[in-house]
Design a protein around this ligand. Structure first.
Ligand SMILES: Nc1ncnc2c1ncn2[C@@H]1O[C@H](COP(=O)(O)OP(=O)(O)OP(=O)(O)O)[C@@H](O)[C@H]1O
Ligand SMILES: [Mg+2]
Length: 112
């Protein structure tokens, strides 16, 4: 299993959620975060206003997936979160040791 952590532009959340639902993703955790990428010190648009990039609001999505779903999920996020402009975000993939559904006690891919 893998943990997909995606940082996206907040206004892209609905598109990304729809794209992930379409390919059968069963759960997503979303957190409001702030961050910056490699243009630190330059300007980036957020809600129509130009900000000097220090920390900009982003959303962090966490999705635990079976390895067989991984490529499709990455592709869906790239397609749905991309504007072609700087600051579109990043996808991090890490190994996930275990997942347990609290209600039933199911574990592993059954619980994703
Ligand atoms: N190396 C990193 N480590 C952790 N978080 C990062 C890293 N790079 C980017 N992020 C997070 O992703 C958000 C968006 O990054 P961003 O898309 O600007 O990356 P970038 O490398 O500057 O690419 P681009 O040139 O397309 O803007 C940042 O605000 C930050 O929250
Ligand atoms: Mg950037």
């Amino acid at each position: 299993m893998k943990l997909v952590t995606a940082i996206i532009k907040p206004f892209k959340m609905d598109d990304v959620r729809a794209a992930l639902s379409d390919i059968g993703v069963q759960g997503i955790t979303v957190t409001e975060v702030k961050g910056f990428g490699r243009q630190r010190g330059h300007t980036e648009l957020y809600r129509g206003a130009e900000y000097v990039v220090d920390f900009l609001p982003k959303l962090k999505l966490e999705i635990a997936v079976a390895e067989s779903q991984l490529d499709a999920i990455i592709e869906a996020i790239i397609q749905s979160a991309n504007t072609g402009k700087i600051g579109d975000g990043k996808i991090f993939v890490t190994d996930m040791e275990q997942v347990i559904r609290i209600r039933t006690g199911e574990s592993g891919e059954e619980a994703v």
